[in-house]
Design a protein around this ligand. Structure first.
Ligand code: ATP
Length: 308
């Protein structure tokens, strides 16, 4: 069961529907078979990577025809760059990710990776090239070791441990009575959000994909865990030289990326780095001010709690 070609279906509708932390490999497998919304062409080709650039060309898409989510969306992610998508909840950030995985096809327009249009590619070769670190990663009903190994089934034991070390989760796992043999199903509820994300990170490190997504999600990690994870991510990105795409809610976590794409009404309304966007005095600046006020208030609350 570990030979699934599409480990990431949980990011699509499956994930939203199941909405639970522990999913069974068999049910994932079944869903995968029944849920595939796109067809592979008989003459589909292998993706040939040369840096991991992504291009959206006038892409339109809606889950139902009456409700378009993306409207003539165009942008370009240069190879090896770090970029982020920001925008109000429901504006289509995760939808972009699902389209890149080809869980759906755009109704109009073209998506290309390194110059190759997605619907000309073999799905497996496309999905193999992309890793995702979602915040609420559903773990499989298997051991922790197998859950990490899933990133690259051919990896050795030492490589799995090494990936876990770099994701800052190795020593935590070793403190559990069954260590790497801990069955996720049995103690699934006792694995915290931060631990799960670090397991997802270990899996992504093992996979070494040329294109890596970080889906920050909405549920908040505590600030210390988040900072530790982000520091690890930066280090890993420096080493692996992959294209990294952040789907961000908290602007503070993506201040240092090369390009921030601001989405609104299904289009990119602003793009640039953090400082350029602040100077623009537009949508991004407004989002930043709102979040800044929130941080100050949260900080004040915390200080008040400490004093009491
Ligand atoms: P958030 O910041 O809250 O995570 P988002 O920008 O990532 O949001 P998406 O998840 O891309 O937003 O969703 C865009 C819109 O499409 C939302 O209005 C959502 O309700 C809708 N949507 C998402 N998945 C489906 C689906 N499978 N069927 C129908 N509508 C969907």
């Amino acid at each position: 069961v570990f030979q699934l070609s599409l480990p990431l279906n949980f990011l699509g509708s499956v994930y939203r529907e199941m909405n639970q932390a522990v999913i069974d490999m068999d049910s994932l497998f079944k869903l995968e078979k029944t849920k595939s919304e796109v067809a592979e062409r008989p003459d589909a080709k292998q993706l040939v990577l040369s840096g991991g650039s992504i291009r959206f060309d006038n892409v339109s898409f809606g889950y139902i025809p009456q409700r378009p989510i993306l409207r003539n969306l165009s942008f370009e992610i240069p190879p090896g760059s770090r970029v982020a998508f920001v925008g109000p909840s429901g504006c289509g950030k995760s939808t972009i990710l699902r389209l890149i995985f080809r869980f759906y096809d755009p109704t109009n327009g073209k998506i290309q990776i390194d110059g190759q249009t997605l619907d000309h590619l073999q799905l497996e070769s496309l999905r193999k090239a992309i890793g995702v670190v979602p915040q609420d990663m559903p773990l499989f009903n298997a051991t922790i070791f197998e859950n990490i190994l899933y990133g690259r089934n051919s990896a050795s034991e030492e490589e799995v441990f090494d990936a876990a070390r770099r994701a800052n989760i190795h020593s935590t796992i070793n403190m559990w009575p069954q260590k790497y043999n801990t069955q996720v199903g049995e103690r699934g509820l006792m694995i915290s959000g931060g631990e799960k994300q670090r397991i997802a990170l270990a899996r992504a490190i093992l996979k070494r994909p040329p294109i890596l997504f970080f889906d920050e999600g909405t549920s908040a990690l505590d600030i210390t865990t988040e900072q530790a994870i982000l520091a690890n991510i930066r280090e890993i990105l420096d080493e692996q030289k992959c294209t990294a795409i952040f789907i961000a809610h908290r602007l503070k976590t993506i201040m240092d990326v090369d390009i921030i794409f601001v989405l609104k009404d299904g289009q990119v309304v602003e793009q640039g780095n953090h400082w350029e966007l602040l100077r623009k005095n537009g949508v991004y600046r407004q989002m930043w001010s709102t979040q800044e006020t929130q941080w100050h208030e949260e900080k004040k609350e915390k200080e008040k709690e400490k004093d009491e």
